[in-house]
Design a protein around this ligand. Structure first.
Ligand code: HEC
Length: 141
């Protein structure tokens, strides 16, 4: 290894260390029930529950969500960038698979919450069930 490669290697290591640090600082613990559930219920459940299982994906329960859609798992705990559930949020809306399939993407803060949740292991407490807005007995609950 010559001096230059050595230096640039050191520089890129330093840089990646900083990036990781920033990510850790930004990554506060995500609370599924308080933060993730309302996003999924509000933006996704309409089409991904037992009445409309679009793309074979039902997000009502942990078991069904982890099973995934027609192409298999959409959540890879620890790896948001391998998780279709996160990746579809980043697609431009010229893609037919961009989610939600509305002209607007999800709020950036919400994208970050989904990202951090998956990165932190996609914890979903047992027995917590998501409800589609149209199936709520009391829509304000
Ligand atoms: C208005 C209905 C609707 C809403 C709301 C919706 N989806 Fe979808 N979803 C679809 C349809 C339709 C497809 C199939 C798209 C295609 O491939 O053409 C799909 C496909 C997907 C897929 C791909 C599954 C697979 O295995 O191929 C994922 C992941 C997904 N949606 C996640 C989400 C998430 C996350 C949200 C909320 C942010 C969401 N969807 C909101 C209708 C919807």
């Amino acid at each position: 290894m010559n001096r230059y490669t050595c230096l640039s290697l050191a520089a890129s290591l330093l840089l990646s260390a900083c990036v990781v640090d920033l990510a850790v600082l930004k990554n506060q613990r995500v609370d599924f029930v308080r933060q993730v559930k309302p996003i999924l219920e509000g933006s996704c459940l309409e089409c991904h529950q037992h009445q409309y299982v679009f793309a074979g994906l039902n997000l009502e329960t942990k078991e069904l969500a982890m099973k995934g859609g027609r192409r298999g798992p959409v959540i890879v705990p620890g790896s948001p960038h391998q998780s279709l559930l996160y990746k579809v949020l980043l697609l431009g809306h010229d893609s037919p698979v961009a989610m939600p399939p509305t002209p607007e993407r999800l709020d950036r803060d919400y994208e970050q919450i989904i990202h951090d949740w998956i990165q932190q292991g996609a914890k979903w407490p047992d027995g917590v069930r998501l409800t589609a807005p149209q199936n709520r007995k009391n829509p304000k609950a």
